[in-house]
Design a protein around this ligand. Structure first.
Ligand code: PEP
Ligand code: MG
Length: 768
């Protein structure tokens, strides 16, 4: 049979109907309120490609090197064309239409349900299609489009990258009654970290997509299931909602003013949802993560999965998070949980603790030109300064120590993102430490001691501090994103549960080629240069999809370019920080800049509509208008794409009115530079480091003015400088009404808690 009804399907039918449909069938069988549906089985897809004899050509077409963007684009186009332009056999057509009529001639939702069991469902499912509001006339075409969605560029690339055979993945399609939800959300039937009888619900207006994709901060309700008490109600400021568009697409709408801060669920609805949740939990005999909707006062169950984050030891993740948060500064990240038995000698070297953790290892002094192969797993790299070509060795290392650099240096940024403890700015580490000796490094306190330590830590205590044990992050109205500088950190950054990437620095991708952009283009051609950027950004955009990723165009000072092949052609500048960098360089070299912009165009074509474009170091609106014209020249429509600028010069802060009028969607404070230029304190100069103060009233005054003006112009505001990880800055900005905060990877959890604390204080103040 090409189609099966949900009540004919159980959990054992995974192979035939895919994960999504199997679970809906199971719930229907248990008498739970699932909207009715039939499934076009995976066999139907398979027999379609075999009976029409397109299978061989299809799999040959996608057998390509997916790093070759041109080949990938052509393969995806041809494969989809093959499916979409081949007629469905008449018997299949009749069966589908008969099933549709039986469901009651109403518009339906058509969703794909992929069947490769070992594929990581969340990420893979994101590559599949969902069509809402599908009429009888469009049904067959939509089903074929679901089939063809197995062959988008992203899906082909993903399977190639992860070693899944194209012909081992089949696809089923669920055709389901539309639930035009008035409200929807998710529910954890038990506490997601302790497994205790505490249910947690998130709810927003409209269709569930807004909650699931993270586009909106939903209301949050905590219920003690034993007593039935609603213990906590957090009403979010819900700016957007998803609704059905006229053409069947899900579209985002502004929430009507009076509903933005209105509570979504009544007590009675909460109790009805909990009752349904308990039935699902009883059915599976394990706590569930449930997607639900309410339509015409009926509760519907859209999906249910087991909660996989429950800590079997019974320790609460929240309690762990609280114990871990640093009272004196999220800046310093999360403390190493284990108690240590010290056998090491008194401090020998001290610097800036720039990536948290305490580790022991053997010193490897690495000279910039030295062969990095001598760094083995577990060693401690000691260098004057790190460079992008050291990243593979940094990944192997247990710790990193540098003579030079501050909290925003390459070594500090990369080590934090890799989760490798580091001490930077230790001045004479390369002289004082000897190659081969064993030392213990404390990336929190910024010290290196001679000798080894025997940690008494358990595996659990030494777990990566950025890993989120609970999928329920503190619900905040202000978004908390994360900064990423090296694509290698993408997965780790995405696992923090951040609301997106607030700053993706592209310079590391380009500097790691070891050639200046112009030399790279000379040697390998424009296409290869564009591909280099596309590949770097793509891995981050993929890991976060559909959460937004703010990608910054090139911003490296000329002294960093001068160290690369081709660097002799770069200007030699007396003060590179005030020189040829950021948008200034880009506007002076429109040819090179347009290649970067073409990389954005390419990413949009690949389907990464979550990529946003950000311009660094602008002085005024004129810089922006000139860059905007170049964007248009390469075919980027500034009206259609989200783009914005960094505010990191006092001039840009003082020109904010004109900058808003230039059409930007957002601005983001680069406080490393804004502080440097406002206070005239070189951010890399240890002699004046004690004067470098992002919380200086002059810096805060500029930021306050910018936020005020942006709010009037409906331009969103953010911070992505190092100070985003400082609690005092978080306090100040949330108070001022900033839209998002983007800290370092190791500070995300603490910042989420800090933001929530401030928001709750503000709420309390407003009602007292
Ligand atoms: C900043 O200046 O704060 C910033 C985030 O940019 P960068 O550190 O890359 O100059
Ligand atoms: Mg900057």
């Amino acid at each position: 049979m090409p189609t099966l009804w949900l009540d004919e399907i159980g959990a054992d039918d995974l192979e035939r109907v895919g994960g999504k449909a199997a679970s809906l069938g199971e719930l229907t069988g248990a008498g739970l309120p699932v909207p009715s549906a039939f499934v076009v089985t995976a066999d139907t897809y398979r027999s379609f490609i075999e009976a029409t004899e397109i299978d061989e050509e299809l799999f040959e077409t996608v057998d390509i090197d997916s790093d070759d963007s041109q080949a990938l684009a052509e393969a995806a186009e041809r494969a989809q064309e093959l499916i979409l332009e081949t007629d469905t056999p008449p018997s299949v057509r009749e069966d589908l239409l008969a099933a549709y009529d039986e469901m009651g001639d109403e518009d339906v939702a058509v969703r794909s349900s992929a069947t490769a069991e070992d594929l990581p469902d969340a990420s893979f499912a994101g590559q599949q299609e969902t069509y809402l509001n599908v009429s009888r006339a469009d049904l067959l075409q939509r089903v074929k489009e679901c089939w063809a969605s197995l062959f988008t560029q992203r899906a082909i690339y993903y399977r190639n990258e992860n070693g899944f055979a194209h012909d081992a993945v089949d696809i089923a399609v669920v055709v389901q009654q539309m639930v035009d939800a008035e409200k929807s959300g998710v529910m954890f039937t038990s506490h997601p970290s302790t497994g205790g009888p505490t249910a947690i619900l998130e709810a927003a207006w409209g269709l569930g997509e807004a909650v699931v994709s993270g586009a909106v901060s939903p209301d949050n309700y905590v219920v003690d299931r034993e007593t039935g008490t609603i213990e906590e109600v957090t009403v979010a400021d819900k700016k957007v909602m998803c609704v059905r568009g006229e053409d069947g697409e899900t579209i985002e709408r502004a929430v009507p003013e009076d509903k933005r801060d209105e509570r979504v669920l009544s007590d009675e609805e909460i109790h009805r949802l909990i009752e349904v949740g308990e039935r699902v939990e009883d059915h599976y005999d394990t706590p569930q993560d449930v997607e639900w909707a309410i339509y015409e006062d009926e509760v519907y169950l859209l999906q249910s999965r087991p909660i996989t984050t429950i800590d079997e030891s019974g320790e609460s993740a929240d309690a762990t998070a609280d114990a871990e948060s640093q009272p004196d500064g999220a800046d310093s990240g999360v403390a190493d949980g284990g108690s240590m038995q010290s056998q090491s000698e008194p401090v020998r070297i001290s610097g800036i603790g720039s990536a948290p953790g305490r580790v022991t290892g053997v010193v490897r002094i690495v000279d910039k030109l030295d062969n990095l192969d001598k760094v083995e797993d577990g060693d401690i790299i000691v260098a004057e300064m790190t460079t992008p070509d050291m990243v593979p060795a940094m990944k192997r290392a247990n710790g990193i120590v540098t003579d030079e650099g501050g909290m925003t240096s390459h070594a500090a940024i990369v080590s934090r993102e890799l989760g490798v403890p580091a001490v930077v700015g230790a001045e004479d580490a390369t002289e004082k430490l000897r190659d081969g000796e064993t030392v213990t490094l404390d990336g929190e306190r910024g010290t290196v001691e001679k000798g080894a330590e025997v940690p008494e830590t358990t595996e659990e205590e030494t777990a990566d501090p950025v890993e989120q044990h609970s999928p329920v992050k503190p619900m905040t109205g202000t978004e908390v994103k994360v900064n990423v500088s090296i694509p290698e950190a993408a997965e780790r950054a995405a696992a923090t549960g951040a609301d997106g990437v607030g700053l993706l620095r592209t310079e590391h991708m380009i500097l790691s080629t070891d050639k200046t952009p112009s030399r790279y283009v000379e040697d390998h051609g424009e296409r290869a240069y564009i591909d280099e950027i596309v590949d770097g950004v793509r891995s981050v955009a993929e890991a976060f999809y559909p959460r937004p990723v703010r990608v910054r165009t090139l911003d490296a000072p000329s002294d960093e370019f001068r160290q690369l092949e081709g660097g002799e052609d770069e200007p030699s500048e007396h003060n590179p920080m005030l020189g040829y960098r950021g948008i200034r360089r880009s506007l002076d070299r429109p040819g090179e800049f347009k290649l970067e912009l073409r990389a954005f165009e390419r990413l949009y074509d690949l389907g990464y509509d979550n990529v946003e474009l950000m311009l660094p170091l602008v002085t005024d609106a004129e810089d922006i208008l000139r860059a905007k014209a170049l964007m248009q020249e390469v075919g980027i429509d500034p009206e259609k794409r989200d783009w914005g600028v960094m505010v990191e010069t006092p001039a840009s802060a003082l020109s904010i009115e004109e900058i808003c009028e230039a059409g930007v969607d957002f601005v983001s404070f680069g406080t490393n530079d804004l502080t440097q230029y406002t206070l005239a304190v070189d951010r890399n100069n240890g002699n004046v480091a004690d004067r470098f103060d992002e919380l200086h009233p002059a810096v805060l005054e500029l930021m306050s003015q910018v936020i005020g003006t942006c709010r009037e112009h409906d331009v969103s505001t953010s911070i992505c400088g190092q100070a985003a990880s400082k609690p005092q800055m978080v306090n100040f900005l949330v108070d001022e009404g900033v839209t998002s905060i983007s800290p370092n990877i190791d500070a995300v959890r603490d910042v989420q808690h800090e933001v929530k604390r401030v928001e709750q204080r503000l709420l309390l103040e407003s009602i007292r």
